[in-house]
Write a protein that binds this ligand. Structure first.
Ligand SMILES: [Zn+2]
Length: 202
């Protein structure tokens, strides 16, 4: 099974997009267990090889804790979707959803190490905790909310139930679809079909 393209432009939005077609029935879930979560995190470049291997070993040794971590990850993911899709629609976030993001961010940072990379300093998250697989999404969500631009977070304009989230980085704030190859093309085909059905005038 392949994961959706990383079209969100931000880790937390890409994480929310691990459910395809949220507005359709049935929606398409890409994460079914902790192993899927680790596979996705590696796919999204949130884990390097050693960290991926280490989390798999941890999960094998502690299956119940891995399942609990997976449940917490999906709870956070749904909160992220509700918060950003809601902001796009002009709805203020529910305090409970903000608390989930806040707690994920705070616990992630409590384990983070400040390290030097060349002439820069970065926070790194050690791979010795099962939550490491999804903590980057919590950190990204908190950062996006506090530093923005939240007004650039959009929901795919597809009428087919896509509901994909993305950060619009286009110069004139004009991006409407998760991807031009996917929903953008669908919309174009639909427009052309409507035009053809319309009786010719003149
Ligand atoms: Zn879409």
């Amino acid at each position: 099974m392949s994961f959706p393209a990383l079209y969100g432009g931000n880790t937390c939005l890409d994480f929310a997009n691990t459910v395809d077609a949220r507005g359709a029935d049935p929606r398409e879930e890409h994460l079914h267990d902790y192993a899927d979560l680790v596979r996705w995190a590696a796919y999204a470049n949130l884990l390097d090889e050693p960290a991926t291997r280490h989390l798999r070993t941890l999960a094998t040794a502690r299956p119940q804790a891995a399942q609990a971590s997976f449940t917490a990850a999906l709870t956070l993911r749904e909160a992220i979707f509700r918060v950003f899709a809601g902001l796009h629609a002009g709805t203020p976030p529910a305090p409970a959803d903000l608390t989930l993001i806040q707690q994920g961010y705070a616990t992630a940072l409590s384990t983070a190490r400040l390290e030097q990379r060349g002439d820069q300093f970065v926070w790194t998250l050690p791979a010795d905790h099962l939550h490491r697989a999804w903590w980057p999404a919590a950190v990204a969500a908190a950062k996006l909310l506090t530093t923005g631009p939240v007004t650039r977070v959009k929901v795919c304009a597809s009428t087919g139930g896509c509901r994909g989230l993305f950060l619009d980085t286009s110069k004139n704030n004009s991006r409407r679809w998760c991807s031009m190859d996917d929903c953008g093309t669908e919309a174009k085909i639909r427009r052309q079909a409507t035009r053809r059905r319309r009786p010719q005038s003149g």
